[in-house]
Design a protein around this ligand. Structure first.
Ligand SMILES: Cc1ncc(COP(=O)(O)O)c(C=O)c1O
Length: 477
């Protein structure tokens, strides 16, 4: 595509953008159980208005845009209050959970360089259920991840975490809850392990920070998980998930404000202005923080209680219904609105495709460690009205897929293709895609065959294949 020679009218461009959106999952109907958080039309309008009001303001410079800083400080104070942080602690507003986690681990690394200089190759101890963002941080900051198995309910095992800690360990990770199964790690017992070894302890509350506090206040069975737990030093929580904020809104919090010093990048050794960035980015729109500030104040405790209670009840409805759906069950012991559905006696991937044909989006997850392949649901306020219809389709289509698989002989796995996939390199992927008839620019509607293949190769090979797939997918138009 060539750079446009002459400009086009706003109305024409906006209508083109509107039409382009038509390719996306139709989240507005509440049939998408991932990616989108919608607290209703009034909240959406407010987010849009607040975001637009601050779109051009630049949070890079608090002396020129002190209002962005004030909004950020208020948002951080509200978050600290919610998760019982030390009132003398501090935090930073970031663009997402991944940025919060990157910053936390960069802080831990630089803290160790300063305070424990004998550590030459720092290690991070984390359960296999910890979010991929921690591995990204390890990759970026040259840290060694040490993964530890989890129990049958996908919760970290404090004794095993303890045993994995060495003289090189600088930080341990727990999730509240984990994304994949919604499992809340035993944060109190893990805090004791962290204290015993004098290491930092990060609780990943990216998906739970704006949910668990409200669920606990409402009386749901939620164990202690937050910054009030002895041993917890830092925590990430996202506003752009169950905070129903506009995307680009998360934070990393520290119980000890001194720790945050290690997070800040400060550079004067160049010809330009001194750059001092608490976060990864430098220039940052005031839009996300303004929209976040607005939604927190608009909903307040009462509003979030309403949203969380509705989500908990809809989740319970699904869990009850599962008892009447032969072959399907929830994995682990979910306490919140994140559910992983496992098939006990059939292959689950075709069910995702069947549900998609009826307009439902649920997220396939591959098998890994002690977790079987499954379909993941995040059940939010926007899904509540659809729960009865969802259950009806899930019941019908599970029976259909199960019956189909029982009535036809199972196709044997294509061992030759699996072996090729296992050995694939980015360079040979093009040929493989040809053999499989896959065009990265035009992925097939039904993903079951691809998912089954990917589920049957190693996670390392999946990384190579999907990494290259995305590399090809994003080739310029
Ligand atoms: C537990 C957990 N941690 C971290 C993240 C990463 O957050 P983000 O996608 O905002 O970078 C997620 C995202 O779902 C999550 O569920």
């Amino acid at each position: 595509m060539k750079f446009p020679q002459s400009g086009r009218a706003p109305a024409e461009l906006l209508s083109q953008l509107q039409a382009t959106k038509g390719q996306d999952v139709p989240w507005q109907e509440g049939k998408v159980f991932a990616y989108v958080y919608d607290a209703g039309p009034e909240a959406m309008q407010l987010l849009g208005d607040a975001f637009t009001l601050y779109m051009t303001e630049n949070g890079l410079d608090p002396t020129s845009f002190p209002s962005c800083m004030v909004l950020e400080k208020e948002v951080i104070a509200m978050a600290m209050d919610l998760v019982n942080a030390d009132p003398n602690g501090t935090g930073t507003f970031t663009g997402g959970g991944t940025e919060s986690i990157l910053l936390s681990l960069k802080t831990a690394r630089d803290h160790a360089r300063d305070q424990k200089p004998h550590i030459k190759q720092p290690e991070i101890v984390l359960p296999v259920t910890a979010h991929a963002a921690f591995f990204k941080a390890c990759q970026y900051f040259d840290l060694t991840p040490v993964t530890v198995e989890v129990d049958d309910n996908f919760r970290a095992i404090p004794e095993k975490m303890d045993a994995a800690i060495t003289d090189n360990t600088i930080l341990m990770v727990g999730s509240a809850p984990s994304y994949a199964h919604g499992a809340i790690d035993p944060i109190e017992a893990m805090g004791q392990v962290a204290l015993k070894h004098d290491i930092l302890f990060h609780v990943d509350c990216c998906v739970g920070g704006m949910y668990l506090p409200f669920a606990k206040q409402l009386g749901y069975d939620i164990p202690n998980f937050d910054m009030g737990v002895p041993g917890v030093t830092q925590l990430s929580m996202d506003f752009h998930k169950w905070g129903y904020a506009a995307k680009g809104a998360s934070c990393v919090l520290y119980n000890d404000a001194n720790l945050r010093r290690y997070q800040i990048f400060s550079h004067s050794n160049w010809t330009g202005y001194t750059v001092i960035n608490p976060g990864v980015t430098s220039t940052k729109s005031g839009g996300p923080v303004a929209a976040c500030w607005a939604i927190l104040n608009h909903l307040g405790l009462e509003g979030y209680h309403r949203l969380v209670d509705a989500s908990q009840k809809a989740t319970q409805k699904l869990l009850n219904a599962l008892e009447g759906i032969p072959g399907l069950r929830a994995m682990g012991d979910p306490k919140t609105n994140l559910i992983a559905l496992e098939a006990t006696d059939f292959n689950i991937f075709p069910l995702a495709d069947e549900m998609k044909e009826r307009g439902w989006y649920i997220q396939p997850q591959f098998s890994y460690a002690n977790s079987a392949e499954n379909l993941h649901l995040s059940i939010g306020y926007h899904n509540v009205e659809q729960m009865d219809a969802f259950i009806a389709d899930l019941t019908e289509l599970t029976a259909k897929v199960r019956q189909q698989q029982q009535s036809v002989e199972a196709t044997p796995l294509p061992e030759a293709i699996l072996a090729m996939l296992e050995d694939a390199t980015p360079a040979t992927l093009g040929q493989l895609a040809g053999v499989l008839g896959i065009d990265p620019a035009n992925p097939p509607e039904r993903m079951e065959e691809i998912n089954i293949l990917l589920n049957n190769i190693s996670a390392d090979s999946r990384e190579v294949l999907l990494g290259e797939f995305v590399n090809q997918l994003y080739m310029p138009a």
